[in-house]
Design a protein around this ligand. Sequence first.
Ligand code: HEC
Length: 407
Amino acid sequence: MLGKSLITGILISSGFLVASTAGAQDAANGKEIVNAACNVCHQLNQRVGGGYSPENWSKVLRMMQNQGLSLTPDQLIAAREYLIATYPEKPKPEPKLVDGPVKVSMQAWQAPTPGSRPHDPLGAKDGSIWYTGQMANVLGRVNPTSGEIKEFPLKTPHSGPHGLMEDRDGNIWYTGNTGSLMGKLNPKTGLNTEYPLPSSKPMDPHSLAIDQQGIVWFTAQVGNRVGRLDPKTGEIKLLTPPTENSRPYGIMVDSKGLVYFVEFGANKVGRIDPKTLKITEFELPNKDSRLRRLVITQDDTIWYADIWRGYIGHLDPKTGRVEEFLSPSGSGSQPYGMSLIDNVIWYSESGTKPGTVVRFDPNTKVFQSWPIPGGGYIVRNTSVTPDGNFALANSLTNEVTLVRIAK
Ligand code: HEC
């Protein structure tokens, strides 16, 4: 790889004509390689989204290699050239930042394995910050005091650890997205227990929540299921929401043990009654609403991030009443990972460059926001530390960020 890129580098510096001829050959070759190699696990055109900068195409390819993409060094160079030329980064709007009285500082740690794609962060009870290294097939643990990071490898290769939660005994639970499994890690022993989903169809286990009884609830987006896992028996029950292709996404439990999840394939919020396992859906007023994450405030009402429309919204399940607030960066802001800290809502905007951290106080309805150093993108989920700070996983920059909130 080094040899070839060195040669390409010399050609480019020695003259435009030579470089562009070499580039055209590589691109033709690159197209065939990409068509053959990049539509195996997914359709490439459904993944390229807003395109990538040359540097970030290298990061994406590194992630895909971790996930099992197998190309020779020469093929990789040609594929990269073609991807850079065909799917350049589309400009993203700058964020609209809102000033305010709250002070924060942000610190980031690089995941040790390049191309890990940290997906979910988790503020654990002992003060450490965990993340799912989705493409590296590890759970990572950051000690924010010492900066030490430990990676815990998982059993099934390429299981795609995605969602992340801690139970009351300190076990770390995750969804194994590509492995179609639920998993548990005991950090003291390193023991990894896997619970395969009882289905041969692609299920896409996604996000999870643990209720007051220790039952693990999870969403399976592509499979259109929500799941109930009893850790005592290991039994998994899969439930089907009434709406077809509803794409169950973020999931949370309220103070009474009712399980709420948001749907990314419809303008709906679902609720599971844990006793009857019956699912009720709440329809939101705007048919274009597509929700990715939610939080439940102390009054057991729902706040959601509407990524398509750039709003955050409030649903009172008792009355069905909905109120919505445009996120500071507007309709293209793409509100995404959301957490609740001292009954105040914190979330990320992922549609801007750089991405932002936003604070919204549901009592005063006042916003405040900050840019994420290094761009931050893409923050797909967030979490809270026991001392009330905000944790982010940045999948493309391969980082975990701690937002310390001055008290
Ligand atoms: C071994 C399976 C596999 C192969 C082969 C593969 N991918 Fe992926 N790709 C994934 C998975 C898993 C994801 C993440 C989950 C998802 O979006 O489905 C992903 C996501 C992506 C994303 C979105 C990245 C992000 O962080 O949002 C891009 C872009 C992408 N792939 C490009 C490629 C390209 C280009 C190739 C060929 C050079 C390729 N993939 C080959 C498995 C694969």
